[in-house]
Write a protein that binds this ligand. Structure first.
Ligand code: DLL
Length: 439
């Protein structure tokens, strides 16, 4: 056992034991898909796969990937749910719509046992960031159709915590709850946390006056950007932890431990691979590629080799916390569809964020705007960022930011400092990049 407490001893199993569990679950899962899912029956037939063809975990590489657009097409082909979902509706317990900005929405469905499994691995996640019985949780994840709020609620009940189910309540109420109920744990999107910190500052409420110990943030990039993490920690007086998930698979499927050195998966529930997007072959440990996930136990809507489009690096190194399950080293590096290609250079919005959040003179809101020049048709990239006090010395500050951005991005961009509060605030996931080049 390592030096940190763990929720379940399964989190510290040897790799050989984890692999044994995974292989047995994978065989059962593939048999389930072959039995009920027209979607997978057809996909497996197309690649000549039979349900007993898996002998070792590595054989998974012979199976096809499952892409988001296939799930969307499946729903259109077999309306209203698609052929991927367990047809016996009596076994369904919950359905949630997927998010995303492109293509049609589809549903993610869970049975009662699936929900119990989600609660089990989410409990591990919140325990690993340090949530304990008796904690007071300020839960700002939405309760409605998104799964995050409900999942945290279930975990809080299971761990014996007092929960403030505030969801997306108005900022005034959020602050009132923080002051009156003195929560110890804040859970939400990083965007929400920064909005909250701003409003607390405006009202003169110092972090020291709050009782928060832990911040657990996910659903969008933030905590893994070093300068963002340290700002969140300073502005709210917390230790900030990253948590990752996606509606298609599960709201929170990987979380940091108290070492803050990567996010552990629950490998007895999810088999994770990193795939080179060009060769479509598995990456070596530590190599950067696309995260691909296989549901090992889910009944209602098992996804096999689901192509998340999230760019990651995995680490199998033993973690100082004692957990042995694989980690996302450095969190989500970016999304394959978010990469900015500008004057032949490639960079992610998180790289811009890391530079900007180092400057104390700047607020936390920013936009990366790509636009063609009306006259020349040349393309430009402008980083618009809020400055806490616009006044003397602004040119020098702009130049300093430009220089640091050029060093990081390997390409020159324009910098425009705008007054604090002038950029639109979003309550959910903030869209950082506005690309007008092909419009
Ligand atoms: O955002 C589920 C979630 C809820 C995760 C609460 C964490 C906490 P979707 O709306 O389907 O699900 O969005 C999933 O968001 O593929 C990533 O691109 C991005 N994302 C999620 N967590 C992180 C994170 C929820 N910690 C998509 N860092 C994923 C960076 C993240 N990106």
């Amino acid at each position: 056992m390592g030096k940190r407490a763990v929720y379940s001893k399964i989190e510290c199993l040897d790799r050989s034991e984890i692999r044994k569990i995974q292989l047995s679950h994978l065989k059962e899962q593939l048999a389930r898909c072959c039995d009920f899912s027209p979607f997978y029956q057809q996909k497996f037939r197309a690649c000549g796969f039979e349900k007993n063809d898996i002998e070792k975990l590595e054989d998974i590489k012979n199976l096809p990937f499952t892409y988001r657009h296939e799930l969307q097409e499946d729903k259109s082909r077999i309306p209203p749910y698609g052929g991927l979902i367990l047809p016996d509706k009596k076994k369904w317990a919950e359905a949630h719509p997927t998010t995303g900005t492109t293509g049609q929405q589809f549903y993610a469905v869970w049975t009662k046992d699936d929900v119990a499994r989600i609660t089990d691995f989410t409990t591990r996640m919140l325990f690993s960031v340090g949530v304990r019985p008796g904690d007071i949780i300020h839960n700002s994840f939405q309760y409605g159709l998104r799964m995050g709020g409900l999942s945290v609620q279930r975990v809080a009940e299971k761990l014996g915590c007092f929960v403030l189910p505030i969801g997306e309540g108005p900022i005034r109420t959020q602050i009132e709850f923080l002051v009156n109920f003195r929560p110890t744990v804040l859970i939400g999107y990083p965007t929400f946390a920064f909005n909250l910190a701003e409003k607390l500052r405006e009202r003169g409420i110092e972090p020291g006056k709050l009782s928060l110990r832990i911040g657990c943030f996910g659903g969008e990039p933030g905590v893994q950007v070093p300068s963002t993490r340290s700002r969140l920690e300073q502005e709210l007086g917390i230790k900030a932890y990253d948590i990752y998930g996606l509606v298609e698979i599960g709201p929170m499927i990987a979380a940091e431990c108290e070492e803050q050195d990567g996010l552990h998966f629950a490998e007895d529930y999810h088999l994770v691979e990193v795939i080179n997007p060009e060769t479509l072959q598995p990456c070596l440990s530590d190599e950067v590629g696309v995260l691909v996930i296989t549901d090992l136990t889910r009944e209602a809507m098992p996804l096999i080799r689901y192509w998340t489009n999230d760019i990651v690096r995995l680490s199998y190194d033993r973690c100082a916390c004692g957990r042995t399950h694989v980690k996302l080293k450095g969190g989500i590096i970016g999304r394959a569809d978010d990469i900015i290609i500008y004057h032949g250079n490639k960079f992610y919005p998180a790289q811009v964020e890391n530079i900007l959040h180092r400057f104390e003179e700047l607020g936390t809101e920013f936009k990366v705007i790509l636009h063609p020049d009306k006259n020349t048709g040349m393309e430009y990239c402008t980083v618009k960022v809020e400055c806490l006090h616009v006044g003397l010395g602004i040119d020098i500050l702009e130049d300093k930011i430009k220089k640091e951005l050029r060093e990081e991005l390997k390409v020159s961009v324009k910098v425009e400092l705008v007054p604090f509060g002038s950029l639109e605030r979003e309550t959910l996931k903030t869209k950082r990049v506005l690309d007008y080049r092909n419009t």
